[in-house]
Ligand binder design. Structure first.
Ligand code: PEP
Length: 247
């Protein structure tokens, strides 16, 4: 059985004042049947990890570099993220694939760097509206999955987030049947590549305009083990009901 995960991606939002949202979450979710992961901007990682040290909340970064060190101004290596006390890192978010031209092999290299640093990589996949309308969704997702997920992936090293690009930050959500179709497909591909046991253990998150009002419905879907949430993860009052819907 895959672990249930409620993950929040703060993107480029938040300053030290936002740590109070984390404090609220640690108090309201002192025990949880699922894993709760918050991914704040890099400057907050160390303080966020300290603040949540003995709580049910895990901290993750939003990206990492493929290399361990070197002349990569502005970048952060996976082992540096682990050194802050964080335990997850998002790789291949569509905003990075688009704005920084990250290809599947870059994402795979980042996921490998994350694994080598002891982090769990949340590998994001998702089709554009154009791909969806041209009926290419499964081809795109299959290609991203094959190209972005490292060989030998396990449930400890990789989580998959299916995030249709057209649903991110738009308020548009796929139908439950559309979500189920893609998640079933991903599960099948993982089982075929990594074996049934491992394939069934890797958590599959849905992401794209998840909020308190639609989370419970989405979590009912087969092979949906949780969510990667953007906007609705910034305030504890918005994110808490999403966590509750998963429990
Ligand atoms: C995201 O960016 O990962 C995301 C899912 O954003 P939102 O929940 O705001 O659509």
């Amino acid at each position: 059985m895959a672990k249930k995960i409620a993950a929040g991606n703060w993107k480029m939002n938040g300053t030290s004042a936002s740590l109070s949202e984390l404090e609220t979450l640690t108090k309201s979710h002192s025990t949880c049947d699922c894993a709760i992961v918050i991914c704040p901007p890099a400057p907050l990682l160390f303080r966020a990890a300290n603040l949540t040290q003995d709580s049910a909340i895990n901290i993750g970064a939003q990206d990492c570099h493929t290399d361990q060190s070197g002349a990569f101004t502005g970048d952060v290596a996976a082992h540096m993220i682990a050194d802050t006390g964080a335990s997850y890192v998002i790789v291949g978010h569509s905003e990075r694939r688009e704005a920084y031209a990250e290809r599947n092999r870059d994402v795979r290299n980042k996921a490998e760097a994350a694994r080598d640093a002891g982090l769990t990589a949340i590998v994001c996949l998702g089709e554009s509206l154009e791909d969806r309308e041209a009926d290419n969704t499964l081809d795109i997702i299959g290609g991203q999955l094959a190209g972005s997920v490292p060989n030998g992936a396990t449930a400890d090293t990789v989580v998959i987030a299916y995030e249709p690009i057209w649903a991110i930050g738009t308020g548009k959500v796929p139908t439950l049947d559309q979500i189920i179709q893609v998640h079933d497909f991903i599960r099948g591909e993982l089982c075929a590549r990594f074996g049934t046991e491992t394939g069934n253990q890797i958590s599959l998150l849905y992401g794209g305009s998840v909020k308190a009002s639609n989370a419970a419905e989405i979590f009912k879907a087969k092979n949906v083990d949780g969510a990667l949430v953007g906007g609705a993860s910034l305030q504890a009052s918005d994110f808490s009901p999403i966590i509750d819907a998963l429990n």
